[in-house]
Design a protein around this ligand. Structure first.
Ligand code: SAM
Length: 282
């Protein structure tokens, strides 16, 4: 709760266009107190909480991060983020795309599926490179923006809306790709979903996946449990265990600094690039 409240005070203050000193003056504390709230070192006194909510013009529920509408409809978080002008994630492809190209260059029309494509930066890049790309996301606005980005690049991407918790593949792809998405996968469905992805990967094809992972020495990100962004991080290394029977080209884990909520924090992330043995070639 401390993390969510800290993140909300920082983001609501910024949305209101106030400095820490201005917020401090309006609720009658020092700016050092505001700084400590925002970095999660202390909690505001309970008598101050209603003043904070009033200053930001929000309910106490919202201040504590509980937004009924969003909680019932998590995709709203992404729809709202993607509804803003520009591209929330930018349009530059992830480094993972280049690793995919190195492993399976598009020397023929290879079928690729981007799972949770967001606004399409990676899917459109793959299409521009000559892959036969399909992509899906839970966010309708993400899907629309992916279509727009593909149109502006003059390439074809078969984009559709789907929820990976219940969407299962029934035809093969050469490449299954996903970045920043698996943390939303329900833990009890992971094994079934990943087995489905493995089954519908063509022999000699690859799975290239990234997911955030838990580390005992890293505090959960301030946004992790924000309504609409609740995630179930994988355990460190867990993703790799699903691929014990595939050829592993690369796995890694690294920790990086992030400031996405205005509060400096760290993430740990796992990547895997695994190939389904083409038994005919062994
Ligand atoms: C961190 S963003 C990553 C977007 C994109 N892969 C990228 O790297 O730019 C996470 C994405 O996962 C999508 N997402 C979350 N839950 C999902 C689900 N159940 N099914 C499909 N997409 C989902 C969100 O809509 C969001 O676009």
């Amino acid at each position: 709760m401390l993390d969510i409240l800290s993140a909300n005070i920082a983001s609501l203050r910024k949305e209101s266009g106030m400095t820490q000193s201005e917020l401090a003056a309006s609720v009658g504390v020092t700016f050092q107190a505001v700084s400590k709230w925002e970095t999660g070192q202390t909690l505001p006194d309970t008598a101050i909480l209603p003043k904070l909510a009033e200053t930001f013009g929000v309910s106490m529920d919202k201040l504590f991060g509980y937004d009924t509408a969003k909680a019932k409809n998590p995709v709203r978080y992404w729809d709202e983020s993607y509804a803003k002008d520009g591209y929330f994630w930018g349009v530059k492809p992830s480094w993972m795309c280049f690793k995919v190209m190195e492993l399976l260059p598009p020397t023929r029309r290879l079928k690729l599926l981007d799972i949770g494509c967001g606004e399409g930066k990676d899917a459109v890049f793959f299409a521009r490179c000559g892959y036969d790309v399909s992509a899906f996301d839970l966010s309708e606005i993400g899907v629309e923006k992916t279509k727009k980005l593909a149109d502006s690049a003059n390439v074809q991407v078969n984009v559709f809306r789907a929820d990976f918790q219940d969407f299962r593949l029934d035809s093969e792809y050469d490449i299954l790709y996903s970045s920043g998405v698996f943390g939303y996968m329900k833990p009890e469905l992971r094994s079934e979903i990943i087995e489905n992805y493995k089954k519908y990967t063509a022999p000699g094809g690859i799975n290239a996946f990234q997911t955030f992972v838990e580390k005992p020495f890293i505090k959960p990100s301030p946004e992790k449990d924000k309504p609409g962004r609740e995630r179930n991080y994988f355990r460190s290394g867990e993703l790799f265990t699903y691929y014990h029977d595939w050829y592993i080209h690369a796995v890694d884990e690294f920790i990086f600094d992030c400031n996405s909520s205005g509060i400096p924090h760290k993430h740990a992330t796992n990547h895997i690039f695994a190939e389904k043995w083409d038994k005919g070639e062994i």
